[in-house]
Ligand binder design. Sequence first.
Ligand SMILES: C/C=C/C(=O)SCCNC(=O)CCNC(=O)[C@H](O)C(C)(C)COP(=O)(O)OP(=O)(O)OC[C@H]1O[C@@H](n2cnc3c(N)ncnc32)[C@H](O)[C@@H]1OP(=O)(O)O
Length: 290
Amino acid sequence: MALLLRLQTRGLTNALRGSFRSSRGLSTAASAEDDLVLLERRDSGVAVLTLNRPKALNALSDGLMRALAEKLRQVDADSSLKAAVITGTGKAFAAGADIKEMHSREGYSDVRGENMLAHWNSVSNTRKPIVAAVGGFALGGGCELAMACDIIIASEDAKFGQPEIKLGTIPGVGGTQRLIRAVGKSKAMEWILTGEMISAQEAERAGLVSRVVPAGTVLEEAVKIAEKIASFSSPVVQLAKECVNAAEETSLAEGIRFERHLFHATWGLDDRREGFQAFSEKRQPTWKHR
Ligand SMILES: C/C=C/C(=O)SCCNC(=O)CCNC(=O)[C@H](O)C(C)(C)COP(=O)(O)OP(=O)(O)OC[C@H]1O[C@@H](n2cnc3c(N)ncnc32)[C@H](O)[C@@H]1OP(=O)(O)O
């Protein structure tokens, strides 16, 4: 059974009512910023991180993104956790960065001075794999957050898009760079330059999402995938993630060299030895995660 560590008391029931999952477990007190992202630890080694501003369609305020960064830091540091799922609540995964908060900033020197949105990098800097469970709106920064994860599972009612053009700005946390890599230039251009919403089905056809699942099951399906990943050797999973991500930033020849180094590096792990040994002995491996 899953062990649930809930880092809040207030708002839990409301947050999860009408969301993509049911609640189980215990609660402890937490700060207001903790309330913005709920961390649930499961016995399977999967952490479920729930974005929790349903009234604002999970608009990704600075506070929420700082809370998410802190929770992801905890996931990376906790050896009992092997993978994470990020999900939304109610009608949205996330309807973008917080427009009202950003509107309060005045001028280039303000936003340049504070390096607005720089802390969003924490998602792509997380070493353990992250599955995005997207139901409802994933727009602007919400779509970018999903793309910063490693795998996107979409509910059939999910809607993706980069509508920043309608606000007189452009994507600012990876949208122009990750979308083209996911779906190619023509579609990325069309989606970014028109700002139109994309259905889950079209997103799957284009290669943005890995799988579309029936409404109401997206968290469950994403957790199943994360649990499958968590059942393998954690350091090996992390090496595989690092290699796949390197492909987006290197030439083929350099990428293959990098892969060969990390492949050789698995020979330094007990788990590589155990995996090969278990195969020879026709049994399931027992991973030590080292
Ligand atoms: C670098 C990154 C940049 C960005 O991400 S820029 C933002 C990109 N995102 C968008 O432009 C989407 C903005 N939101 C919408 O267009 C609409 O919402 C939806 C189509 C997603 C949904 O429409 P509906 O179902 O009619 O809901 P509702 O009444 O508009 O929203 C409910 C409450 O949520 C607040 N909200 C929605 N999105 C944001 C947001 N991105 N930032 C701040 N607040 C947001 C609204 O204002 C409202 O709140 P209240 O009830 O107090 O008026």
